[in-house]
Design a protein around this ligand. Structure first.
Ligand SMILES: C[S@@+](CC[C@H](N)C(=O)[O-])C[C@H]1O[C@@H](n2cnc3c(N)ncnc32)[C@H](O)[C@@H]1O
Length: 241
């Protein structure tokens, strides 16, 4: 039996049809090739030296040493946002961490800027290694973002921590309304905001308060995913309403 027929047989008889079809899709293969090439470049830039110092890094950042795994996520998100089929967009990533997302976008000709606190040695070292332009700033409730220069086509935040999730200070409706409004002031008229809430250890996003969920779902031109992980706001559609 040929490999193709064996795979097809397994797919049909084990309920693995969708995952196997995804693995065989051209998008998956394209993403995989891109991950391998980014990973090779980052390794050649000196990633191994940083890995050797892994004991210095706190547990929360050490997982980002699994380069290919994180690049896969980054490439998937970048493609879903149409950033691998475009170039020349000005993009701000808040809480940019190691900067893998921005590194990928720069390869596609986007104009990138990261914003983060500088408390974590690992993030600082990788950002420096990858030469990611980064503004050091701590996002706090009811405090405006700093001067960020020209407005952006896209403002992102992945695995958000600045909302103090999992604590008694978790952001409520007013904090989020203030923050989103502030972000909109840094967007071009046809720009987009894209936020991913932190999956924490449970991946159920139950720390997004119900009132916040309700408010986010009502924002014109915005969409919050069913599981509350992803929030996308299209400024042009927002402004029409
Ligand atoms: C879970 S990590 C996610 C890193 C990156 N966005 C990613 O998805 O790989 C959270 C990031 O938010 C940053 N961060 C936490 N609190 C922050 C704050 N108040 N203001 C700005 N950045 C913050 C951390 O330094 C870290 O880079």
């Amino acid at each position: 039996m040929s490999v193709r027929r064996i795979v097809s047989h397994i797919a049909e008889n084990t309920g693995l049809r969708s995952p196997l079809l995804r693995l065989c899709s051209s998008e998956f293969r394209c993403n995989h090739r891109l991950v391998k090439s980014l990973s090779r470049e980052i390794t050649e830039a000196g990633f191994e030296k940083i890995c050797r110092r892994r004991e210095q890094y706190i547990e929360a950042t050490r997982k980002y040493l699994e380069l290919d795994r994180y690049l896969e996520e980054v490439v998937r998100e970048a493609r879903a946002l149409g950033l691998l089929d475009s170039s020349g967009l000005r993009v701000l990533d808040m809480g940019c961490g190691a900067g893998y997302f921005l590194y990928t976008l720069r390869k596609y000709g986007h104009d990138i800027l990261g914003l983060d606190i500088d408390n974590y040695i690992f993030y600082n070292e990788i950002v420096e290694l990858l030469k990611i332009p980064r503004i050091t700033h701590q996002i706090e409730k009811f405090k405006p973002l700093p001067d960020l220069g020209e407005p952006f086509d896209l403002i992102t935040a992945f695995s958000i921590c600045f909302d103090c999730h999992g604590t008694e200070h978790v952001w409520g409706v007013s904090e989020w309304e203030y923050f989103i409004d502030d972000c909109l002031g840094h967007l071009r008229p046809d720009g987009r905001l894209f936020f991913c809430f932190n999956p924490a250890s449970t991946h159920v996003f139950d720390f997004v308060p119900d009132e916040v969920e309700e408010m986010l779902r009502k924002i014109p031109g915005a969409h919050l995913s069913h599981n509350k992980e992803k929030f996308l706001l299209d400024y042009a559609k927002h402004a029409i309403v």
